[in-house]
Write a protein that binds this ligand. Structure first.
Ligand code: C5P
Length: 400
């Protein structure tokens, strides 16, 4: 998850755009962030603490004291946050922020914060273009804050122009870009090819032989490699995973044969090859031209061996660093090490179906990594975190 472990403090002020913040919170939480929300007293006229806290999974504060008499420490919340996002930021809250008018919890928290601050202004047309707003936004920028400009469109008043708060996806993207820009670009200049997902081997025009691979591991690896600055070529069999990253070139294929051809379109130019696809070992010898009718009591389909894509990569290896996966149910380590040798790999990632939460369809995985001389064991983690471990290990090997 791209925001895994990040602590985001959202401050909502009293504008109609506050309703959009539900989507922003949900997005942040989905991406693994911890979200704490505070609101100005007026924001409560637009959204409820209940709806917000249900999504953020934490109590929402509007005042220094809660009804039960507990102190809501603005200092603690401010120092806890990795970033603060003020959205929507009304003309009033913006003005208080830049002039130090500290008369509510939001401003006290803001003034105690040392973290980067994002401001998503939202106001009506004439208020947005008013010289005082412009000046206050300039001042906010001069403090080092990041402004997510208001967008053009129809405003709550019916007027049309700039003033609508930026869409939640735009705000989320800015925050993610900020965290990404702080990541060391350890794979800058490298091209990484990743195979992912299952392959489908056609039986007739409507049926196929496939497997339960979701493609998640490969897609997480692609995102993480890209975050580290690599150019990524992701060759995926049928999978419902999506990727929204300009540095990742996604090629969709169906069968093992197609995956093999696609891999070798790029093979000479890549530095690292990671084969996480669950390629079907066999395919029907012949594909029926018409849908096979269920006339007989039994049906025999002759299968022939598919090409072993990774083994072919291993045979043709010149400079590429090759990583394979082994999904085993018995004699796990022995089988994995055997594949490392047989396929001429530099590293193999073993996941055992005997470990709960590991393997194919889950969002989590538990792996062991082997090279010819090393072995490293990892705990059960999200596939995004497993992708980080795998790439950290690859990088440590490249430095040798
Ligand atoms: O031999 P086995 O299928 O267990 O090997 C698994 C590894 O080989 C995985 O990295 C998988 O992506 C790759 N593989 C392949 N082409 C095949 C079979 C497996 O690239 N036909």
């Amino acid at each position: 998850m791209s925001l895994s472990g990040k602590k985001i403090l959202i401050a909502i002020s009293g504008g109609i755009a506050a309703y959009k913040i539900h989507f922003l919170i949900r997005d942040f939480v989905k991406k693994g962030a911890e979200v704490q929300v505070i609101m100005t007293p007026d924001a409560e006229n637009f959204v409820t603490k209940l709806s917000i806290s249900t999504l953020s999974k934490k109590p929402v504060y509007t005042d220094f004291y809660s009804d039960n008499g507990t102190w809501n420490s603005h200092v603690e919340m401010a120092l806890w946050a990795d970033v603060m996002v003020v959205a929507p930021c009304t003309a009033n809250t913006l003005s208080k922020m830049v002039h130090g008018m500290c008369d509510n919890l939001v401003i006290a928290t803001y003034m105690s914060a040392k973290c980067p601050v994002f401001i998503a202004p939202a106001m009506d047309l004439d208020m947005y273009v008013h010289p005082s707003t412009k000046k206050n936004l300039d001042l906010a920028e001069s403090f080092g804050h990041m402004i997510v400009p208001a967008e053009n469109g129809e405003l709550a008043s019916g007027l049309i122009g700039q003033g609508r708060m930026a869409e939640p996806e735009t705000i989320a993207q800015k925050v993610e870009d900020f965290f990404d820009s702080n990541i060391k670009k350890t794979l800058e200049g490298k091209t990484v090819l990743i195979t992912a997902g299952p392959t489908y081997e056609a039986i007739d025009p409507v049926r196929f032989i496939g497997n339960h691979s979701s493609g998640k591991m490969g897609f997480s690896l692609a995102e993480e490699a890209s975050r580290r600055g690599a150019k990524v070529i992701l060759i995926s069999g049928p999978s419902s995973q999506k990727i929204n990253d300009q540095n990742v070139e996604l090629h969709k294929v169906t069968s093992a044969q197609e995956m093999l051809s696609k891999v070798f379109e790029f093979y000479d130019k890549i530095d690292i090859g990671i084969a996480s696809a669950a390629v079907a070992d066999y395919a029907p010898k012949e594909v029926a031209k018409e849908k096979i009718k269920k006339n007989d009591e039994s049906l025999t389909i002759e299968l022939i061996k598919n090409p072993d894509i990774l083994r072919t990569m291993g045979e043709k290896k010149t400079h590429q660093f090759l990583v394979g996966f082994a999904l085993e149910t018995q004699n796990e380590e022995e089988n994995a090490k055997g594949k490392l040798e047989k396929k001429n790999l530099d590293m193999i990632v073993l996941n055992s179906l005997r470990d709960e939460g590991a393997g194919f369809k889950n969002d989590t995985n538990k792996i062991k990594i082997f090279t010819k001389t090393e072995k490293k064991e990892f705990n059960l983690k999200s596939k995004d975190d497993v992708a980080k471990d795998i790439l950290d290990f690859v990088e440590s090997q490249l430095l040798k």
